[in-house]
Design a protein around this ligand. Structure first.
Ligand code: CA
Length: 271
């Protein structure tokens, strides 16, 4: 009995120690409420914050009214004033829990939603405008209350740019009836993906042959050759003129650059 009692006391003491250690680690963040919001200065702004003791309140449900996040638990508030026109991003995707963000102008009771979503939220900011940012546990992972918030607020990089030309002559394959349309593409930025799509149509007597092809383009800041094999949907392309429309796109994480060229091309058989 004596042993058991000692064990029970020891367990009790240990339990108390663990509990007090647990509460000592986390505190309610100073920016738990709108009134205590963290005013962000120069960008980029980064912060790692324990939000396990953060709470949600009626200001959260108010700002979430036009967003519809599934939950606004463990919320913390920030405020940033844009110094220039351009894109800004709030990124909470590397947090230890499923975090989301709501960006709005206005003040409690009078919000105008700008952008919201899980992970990373980008918006086009206007110089001089102050944006309230609510960061919260959206419970998409279905458990817990906050965790370690890893927040970055930054300007978004300019979108990739792409500029294409289309060569006036394209070669056709008389056996398959397909056409290789080519040109040059100058692309800058660091896009996640690029494509060039070409549609071609050719009048052959009373009949119109149409086709479509797609390829990617090299994006390294210098003019590069692109080419697309256009397969006919109906019939075969033949020698003569054809109308082409080529559309190029280069997309970064937040924005895309576009270009298109419309021109008549001369189809010639392969030598
Ligand atoms: Ca809160």
């Amino acid at each position: 009995m004596r042993h058991l009692r000692s064990a029970a006391v020891a367990a009790l003491v240990l339990g108390t120690l663990i509990t007090s250690a647990g509460t000592a680690l986390a505190a309610v963040p100073g920016n738990d409420t709108y009134g205590g919001r963290t005013v962000v200065g120069a960008l980029p702004f980064t912060q790692s914050l324990d939000t396990t003791e953060a709470t949600t309140d009626s200001d959260d449900s108010d700002i979430n009214a036009n967003c519809g996040a599934p939950a606004t638990d463990a919320s913390v508030w920030y405020e940033t004033t844009a110094t220039a026109d351009g894109g800004l991003v709030v990124d909470v995707s590397s947090s230890t829990y499923s975090a989301g963000a709501i960006v709005a102008t206005g003040s409690p009771g009078n919000w105008n939603l700008v952008a919201c979503g899980p992970g990373a939220v980008a918006w086009m900011a206007t110089a001089g405008t102050t944006y309230a940012v609510l960061i919260f546990d959206d419970q998409l992972d279905g458990a817990g209350n906050g965790g370690t918030l890893n927040l970055t607020i930054d300007v978004i990089p300019p979108p990739p740019t792409v500029d294409i030309t289309v060569n006036p002559v394209a070669s056709f394959n008389s056996r398959t009836g397909s056409v290789r349309v080519s040109g040059t593409a100058t692309c800058t930025g660091d896009p996640d993906f690029t494509t060039v799509e070409t549609s071609l149509s050719q009048q052959v007597g009373r009949f119109t042959v149409r086709g479509f092809g797609i390829s990617d383009i090299v994006c390294d800041g210098t003019p590069r050759t692109w080419s697309v094999e256009v397969l006919p949907d109906n019939g075969k392309f033949a020698g003569g003129k054809a109308a082409s429309v080529s559309f190029a796109i280069a997309c970064g994480a937040f924005e895309c650059g576009f270009d298109f060229e419309e021109r008549t091309v001369q189809l010639r058989g392969k030598a």
